[in-house]
Write a protein that binds this ligand. Structure first.
Ligand code: LLP
Length: 396
């Protein structure tokens, strides 16, 4: 069995469970990403919700990437980690007045607006402060991302975005409102997408919608007629990773992803392309490190009960997600079959069932791989357990 290389002595001295971030993997990921996005019209905004650990945020901001935020807290974390305000986009179906005001005061690049109701509120709050809010309209393109139900966002039945048939009205409203500057369109169809077909479909849909918008005639607040221009196209996030193969494919297929956009999206020289990648940037650099508390014989199963629970990594319980598990204390033991489970009082507190892994003993350290995205940020204190800590390979 191939396993990653981990500083096991360091792990032994650290209270488990905790997240371990391999900064070499992160840096390699970022340089591959930068090589694919050297066109000055391409702008990547890292989706902070995937992992907001300070060292990770700083490393990403130092790579010159922008930030995609979904709450005032994320905007604050982005600014504190050194992301320039003019590279921050702010999405979310329900931004509170307080969050909008905070983002306006920080001078963020753009609000991704999800309804006409929200547009009116942003305009009001901006004009009261003598500011103009730059906006992209988030459109629900009704495209099936063919991913897990709980992480599909681009279908008409989902709560996200403005339905396509209201788009002309929403663009016209942007021009009529006093404190709104219309920049373009925003989309996000879902997450953990490894087949490029949904992105191809989205690119074609965007090409059509840009034409629809630019054929509109709008009236500004003074009654002048204006023709809208889409200068910014934000395609959201969604590029998936290979959870089964963190050792063989630690870097996601950014080439296939950007080649898809280069080939199918009609981007004019006066237009900018934005994307909001989260998972693909941080998933493979993160691992959840846990100790085995008990190896328990069940009626016809063998349970390895570890000290990490669903509160530390909720993805298996919530989405049935797979994370590869490795025994790094005894990697060469002959494999046996286990259910690897946590200590939380819920029968869904199971990481993996019927899993072949090098034979486990009490005290062994196990590594749950590919846990950098939506791992630590989704941790909770359920059962009044402490939040998991983290260390990085730079040992900070
Ligand atoms: N942009 C928007 C508007 C989003 O809603 C999301 C993710 C992203 C960008 C980043 O998507 P990514 O590149 O990471 O796929 N907790 C789930 C994933 C939820 C994704 C929510 N939105 C999981 O653990 O799989």
């Amino acid at each position: 069995m191939i396993t990653g290389t981990f500083p096991i002595d360091q792990f032994r001295q650290t209270d488990t469970p905790f997240y371990f971030y391999d900064m070499t993997v992160l840096r390699d990921t970022l340089s591959t990403l930068q090589a694919e996005t050297s066109d000055p019209r391409y702008h990547v905004h890292y989706a902070i919700k995937a992992c907001a650990t300070d060292t990770i945020l700083r490393t990403i901001s130092e790579a010159g990437i922008g930030a995609d935020c979904v709450s005032g807290g994320e905007v604050k974390a982005a600014i504190e980690a050194g992301f320039p305000a003019n590279k921050i986009v702010f999405a979310g179906v329900a931004k509170s007045d307080k969050e909008i005001v905070y983002a306006l005061e920080q001078g963020i690049f753009c609000f991704n607006v999800e309804s006409m109701e929200e547009l009116e509120v942003i305009s009001l709050l901006a004009s009261e402060r003598g500011k103009t809010a730059r906006v992209c309209l988030r459109v629900n393109p009704n495209i099936d991302a063919h991913t897990h139900d709980k992480i599909t966002t681009g279908l008409s039945e989902n709560k996200f975005g403005i339905p396509m048939r209201f788009l002309p009205e929403a663009v016209q409203l942007c021009y009529r409102l006093p404190a709104i500057e219309f920049l373009g369109l925003h989309f996000h169809i879902g997450s953990q997408i490894t087949d490029m077909t949904p992105f191809v479909q989205l690119a074609h849909r965007i090409n059509e919608l840009v034409k629809v918008v630019e054929a509109l005639s709008c009236t500004d607040e003074e009654g002048n007629s204006v023709t809208p221009t889409v200068t910014h196209i934000n395609v959201g996030g969604g590029l998936g990773i290979l959870y089964e193969h963190p050792n063989h494919f630690p870097i996601p297929n950014f080439k296939a992803y950007f080649d898809t956009w280069r080939k199918h999206l009609q981007l004019r020289p006066d237009q900018h392309f934005h994307c909001e990648l989260g998972r693909s940037i941080v998933a493979q650099c993160g691992n959840l490190i846990t100790r085995v508390l008990y190896v328990k014989k069940g009626e016809n199963k063998q349970f390895a009960i570890v000290d990490a629970g669903m509160n530390d990594l909720i993805r298996p319980a919530m989405y049935g997600a797979f994370h590869r598990v490795e025994n790094i204390t005894h990697p060469d033991n002959e494999e046996q079959l286990y259910d690897i489970v946590g200590p939380v009082c819920e029968s869904s507190d199971v990481f993996v069932e019927n899993y072949h892994i090098a034979a486990i003993q009490r005290g062994d350290i196990l590594v749950m791989r590919s846990a950098g995205a939506y791992g630590e940020t989704m941790a909770s204190q359920y059962n009044l357990r402490r939040l998991p800590g983290h260390i990085t390979s730079d040992f900070s």
